[in-house]
Ligand binder design. Structure first.
Ligand code: AMP
Ligand code: TRP
Length: 391
């Protein structure tokens, strides 16, 4: 079992707010087609943790994605579609976290292109610069600056317990892993705390990092006086796309670093390739027939993953959707259609946006300016809380 204990060894106390906001099995359709959250909400309506709209101060959302590897269906279902959805309800900040990409070897010539492409993709997925602040992490120098201050708040012990560091330090082990990879979750905490974020929409694999962020904010606030808001993770509920699995190896999550591309659906894959990948998805060993298509992630990880894809893309709950199928073949062809309904228009929008790189650059410049104003304010408060001498 994965270790979900926090740095202090206790079980996660992070509020999984999506369940509270939308009910279990929540799903959204950010690309403008049908089913979404319960009840009509006006753009900009705020939701309290009990799911009721309320007036008052606008809540802040922040999230980030690395400009590395292929953006895949897991990224979209676990994170990006919620980002799109949240831009109408909250003051939303989204960044392409290029500084995080430096934690593992990479090609400098590719980094800036990958960063630019990721920003384009986020807009193609539905982020609208008129409704959110979209920027590149390294354009706002306060991220690196606050990370240092937080590194002097975090401990070696708590960072040593981060499972992603253990996974990512690779076969050569910690000896040659970059110091930045070890400190990566602290930079992520800085990203979040700089904007006084209330909510952080991420997939399930970021739970432990969110817990660390909360611990650091609480420790800092009690040591130096209240400076940061303590954020909540917004992780989709079970069956809601928080952990999309590899199609060829459905006990492991779909991941940019998977050994083979056959189990990963990239948002840039050709529709024909997507069709082939879903058709070849590993289903489970028992023969098709009544009861073979059922929602049971432990005993039937392959089928359950396809049901989860379908539920997340079209709405509904995986267990109920299962009842409509007797054969794996029909489940796969419906899952393919659902993926293509989302991916094909996204790819068309991407191609259209990519024709005007100057417009994307201008979005990112404006985003950095707005993000920089907010970040500078928090940074000033953090410096003075620590007793750093004003200039
Ligand atoms: P990354 O690929 O690590 O930059 O992740 C970007 C976002 O996608 C993060 O919020 C992750 O938690 C989320 N994510 C990554 N892989 C998956 C997956 N297989 N299923 C659901 N969400 C995922
Ligand atoms: N660590 C996240 C990931 O690997 C990316 C990330 C960086 C992030 N900074 C963040 C996510 C701030 C949410 C908020 O997916």
């Amino acid at each position: 079992m994965r270790d979900t204990r926090g740095p202090s060894g206790r079980v996660s106390e992070i509020t999984v707010v999506l369940c509270q906001l939308f009910g279990p099995g929540a799903s959204c359709r950010p690309l403008g087609t049908g089913n979404a959250r319960p009840g009509p909400l006006r753009p900009g309506t705020l939701l309290g943790v009990n799911g009721e709209p309320h007036a008052g101060e606008t809540k802040v959302v922040l999230s980030g994605i690395q400009p590395t590897g292929a953006v895949h269906l897991g990224n979209y279902l676990g994170a990006l579609r919620w980002w799109v959805d949240f831009q109408d309800r909250y003051d939303a900040f989204y960044c392409v976290v290029d500084l995080h990409a430096l934690t593992v070897p990479g090609d400098p010539a590719e980094l800036s292109q990958a960063t630019f492409n990721m920003a384009t993709l986020l807009m193609a997925a539905g982020l609208d610069p008129g409704r959110c602040t979209l920027f590149v992490q390294s354009h706002v120098h306060e991220h690196a600056e606050l990370a240092w201050l937080l590194e002097c708040t975090a401990t070696m012990g708590e960072l040593s317990r981060m499972t992603q560091f253990k996974d990512k330090s690779g076969k050569d082990g910690e000896e040659s892993a970059r110091l930045g990879l070890f400190a990566y979750p602290v930079l992520m905490a800085a990203d979040i705390l700089l904007y006084q974020a209330d909510l952080v929409p991420v997939g399930d694999d970021q739970r432990q990092h969110l817990e660390l962020t909360r611990d650091l904010a609480q420790r800092w606030n009690s040591r130096y006086g209240t400076t940061f808001k303590v954020p909540d993770a917004a992780i989709p509920p079970p069956g809601g796309g928080a952990r999309i699995m590899d199609l060829q190896d459905p006990v492991h999550k779909m991941s940019k670093s998977a050994a083979s591309g056959a189990g990963l659906i990239s948002l840039f894959d050709d529709p024909k390739l997507i069709e082939r990948k879903v058709k070849r998805a590993v289903t489970d060993l028992d023969p098709p027939g009544p009861g073979a298509v059922r929602w049971d992630p432990e005993a039937k990880p392959g089928v359950s993953n396809l049901l989860e894809l379908l539920a997340a893309l079209r709405g509904g709950r995986p267990a109920e959707i299962a009842a409509g199928y007797e054969s794996y073949g029909r489940l796969k062809s419906d899952a393919t259609d659902a993926v293509l309904e989302m991916v094909v228009p996204l790819q068309e929008r991407y191609r259209a946006l990519a024709r005007d790189p100057a417009a994307i650059r201008s979005v990112l410049a404006q985003g950095a300016a707005r993000a920089g104003e907010v970040a500078a304010k928090t940074m000033g408060a953090a410096r003075s809380a620590l007793g750093l001498l004003p200039r």
